[in-house]
Design a protein around this ligand. Structure first.
Ligand code: NAD
Length: 439
C-alpha cells in the first residue's frame, strides 16, 4: 500500500507498517528467502508474535565507499557493507565476506541468519554481517591489505569488542582479521584483540577456531545419523565447497569411515566412487587453489553433482545452490548445510516431501561462531584454553542445542529449520520484550 506520492502509507495511529523498498521480498534473493522463513515460524511464537516485525528489519545498515590506490597507480572504488540485524541479546557478531557477487540483500540475510544462529546455540550475541563487493583474487597482497584497512576504518563507527565483532567468511581469513584488528587498534589507540575473531593464534586467536565450523557440521551430522539409524562407516558423502568449512567437514567424515565420493568447488567437480583421498585433496587445494586437476578422481559436469549417489550431501560454498531445479535430483538422506542459506524455500519443501532430512545452516554451521565466542571470552580474560578443552566445549554446546531443536521439531511436527527458528526467535523476541522499547 502506498500513497499517491509513493511514500509508505501510515496506519491511523501513524506507525509505518509498509516495509522500505530495500526490505521487501519482491524477488527470491537471500533476504526474501529469510523473510519466508520468518513467516513460517510466526504461528509458533505465541504472544511474542507481537514483536515479530523486529526480525524483518535490520537494526542498522551501513553502506560505505572503499577507495584504494591500486598497484598501477589508479584509484579503485568498492562498495562495502556492515549490517547489524539485531542486538537484543548482545553485541553484533558475524563474518565479513569479500566476493564479487556480494549484495546488500545478501549481507542483510546473512546478518539475520547470524541473529538466529547465535540465539540457537545460546551465545550472548546479536547478529551482524559485512562484506565488500570485490573479487579479492584479482588483488595483490598490498591491495588486499589497503582494502581491508580502509573498510575497517569506514565501518569503525559500528564495530568494537562490546559493539560488533567481525570474523572471517568467504575469502577472508586470519591474515585479514589481523589487519582489521590492527587498523581498529591504531584508530582507538590501544590494542583491542577482542574486536574480531578468527585471528591467528599468536594475536589472541583461539586454538580450534579454524576447524570449528567443519567440526560443528560433523558433530550435528553424527547426532542426526544416530537418531535416524544411518551408519557413518561406509556412508557416501558429497561436498560442495572445499574451503574452510567443506574441507574440514570432509576430513572429519572421512576419518570416521565415510567415503567422500564427490567434491565441487569454483574450479571444477570431481568424483571417485571408491572415496577420494581427502588429505591428498586438501594438500592439492592448498597448492593449486581448488580441486580442479586433482589426479585421484574423474571429472564430472557441474550440473551432475546434485544427482550423485550418496547418503550425505554437504553444501558448503554459497547460498541459493539447492533450488527447485535440482532439489528433485538429490539422492542423499541427509543434507547438512555448512554454507549459509544454500537451500531456497521451494527446494526446502521439495526435500521435505522426498523425506530428505535437512540440518539447517542456523544450527549446522554454528560451530564457527561458538568457538569465536570462546575466542572473545579468552581475549577479555587474557587466559587461553587448550584445544581439547575448546573442542570438548564446542561438541557439548552443539549436541545440547541440536537435541533441544530435535525435540521441538518432534513436538510441533515441523522441519528442523522451523524448529531452530522457533527456539532462536523466541529467545531473541523474549530479550526484546524484557528490554522494552526505549524511549
Ligand atoms: P572459503 O572461502 O574457505 O571456501 C569457499 C568454498 O566455496 C571454496 O572451496 C570455493 O571454491 C567454493 N565456491 C565458491 N564459489 C563456488 C561456486 N560457484 N560453486 C562451487 N563452489 C564454489 O569459505 P568458507 O569459510 O568455507 O565458507 C563457506 C560457506 O560456509 C559460506 O556460506 C559461509 O558463509 C559459511 N560459513 C562459514 C563459516 C566459517 O567459519 N568459515 C562459518 C559459518 C558459515
Amino acid at each position: 500500500m502506498s500513497s499517491s506520492t509513493g511514500a509508505p502509507a501510515a496506519t491511523p495511529a501513524g506507525a509505518v507498517h509498509t516495509l522500505p523498498s530495500y526490505l521487501q521480498a519482491d524477488h527470491l534473493g537471500p533476504w526474501g528467502n529469510y523473510l519466508q522463513q520468518v513467516d513460517r515460524v510466526t504461528p509458533y511464537l505465541g504472544s511474542l508474535a507481537r514483536w515479530v516485525e523486529t526480525l524483518k528489519r535490520p537494526k542498522r545498515i551501513l553502506i560505505v565507499d572503499v577507495p584504494i590506490e591500486l598497484d598501477n597507480g589508479t584509484i579503485a572504488h568498492y562498495e562495502g557493507y556492515r549490517v547489524q540485524h539485531n542486538l537484543s541479546r548482545g553485541p553484533g557478531k558475524g563474518g565479513v565476506r569479500f566476493h564479487q557477487d556480494v549484495t546488500l540483500s545478501e549481507v542483510m540475510a546473512l546478518s539475520a541468519w547470524m541473529s538466529v544462529k547465535n540465539a540457537a546455540v545460546n551465545v550472548p550475541y546479536g547478529g551482524a554481517k559485512g562484506g565488500i563487493r570485490v573479487d579479492p583474487k584479482k588483488l595483490s597482497m598490498g591491495e588486499l591489505e589497503r582494502l581491508t584497512r580502509r573498510y575497517t576504518s569506514e565501518i569503525g563507527l559500528l564495530i568494537g569488542p562490546s559493539k560488533d565483532i567481525p570474523a572471517p567468511d568467504v575469502n577472508t581469513n586470519g591474515q585479514i582479521m589481523a589487519w582489521m584488528m590492527d587498523t581498529y587498534s591504531m584508530n582507538v589507540g590501544a590494542t583491542a584483540t577482542g574486536v574480531v575473531t578468527g585471528k591467528p593464534v599468536d594475536l589472541g586467536g583461539s586454538l580450534g577456531r579454524v576447524e570449528a565450523t567443519g567440526r560443528g557440521v560433523y558433530t550435528v551430522g553424527v547426532e542426526a545419523a544416530k537418531l535416524t539409524g544411518l551408519a557413518l562407516e561406509g556412508a557416501r558423502v558429497a561436498v560442495q565447497g572445499f574451503g574452510n568449512v567443506g574441507g574440514i567437514a570432509a576430513k572429519l567424515f572421512a576419518e570416521a569411515g565415510a567415503k567422500v565420493v564427490a567434491v565441487q568447488d569454483h574450479t571444477g567437480t570431481i568424483f571417485n566412487g571408491q572415496g577420494l583421498d581427502v588429505p591428498a585433496l586438501l594438500a592439492h587445494v592448498k597448492t593449486r587453489g581448488g580441486v580442479g586437476g586433482f589426479a585421484g578422481a574423474d571429472v564430472m559436469k557441474a550440473e551432475e553433482f546434485w544427482a550423485v549417489d550418496c547418503e550425505i550431501l554437504i553444501p558448503a560454498a554459497l547460498e541459493g545452490q539447492i533450488t527447485k531445479d535440482n532439489a528433485g535430483q538429490i539422492k542423499a538422506k541427509l543434507v547438512i548445510e555448512g554454507a549459509n542459506g544454500p537451500t531456497t524455500t521451494e527446494a526446502d519443501d521439495i526435500l521435505h516431501d522426498k523425506g530428505v532430512l535437512v540440518l539447517p545452516d542456523v544450527i549446522a554451521n554454528a560451530g564457527g561462531v561458538t568457538v569465536s565466542y570462546f575466542e572473545w571470552v579468552q581475549d577479555f580474560s587474557s587466559f587461553f584454553w587448550s584445544e581439547d578443552e575448546i573442542n570438548a566445549r564446542l561438541v557439548r554446546i552443539m549436541q545440547e542445542a541440536f537435541a533441544g531443536i530435535w525435540q521441538v521439531a518432534q513436538e510441533h511436527k515441523v522441519s528442523l529449520r522451523t524448529a531452530t527458528f522457533i527456539v532462536a526467535c523466541k529467545r531473541i523476541l523474549h530479550a526484546r520484550e524484557m528490554r522494552g522499547l526505549y524511549p
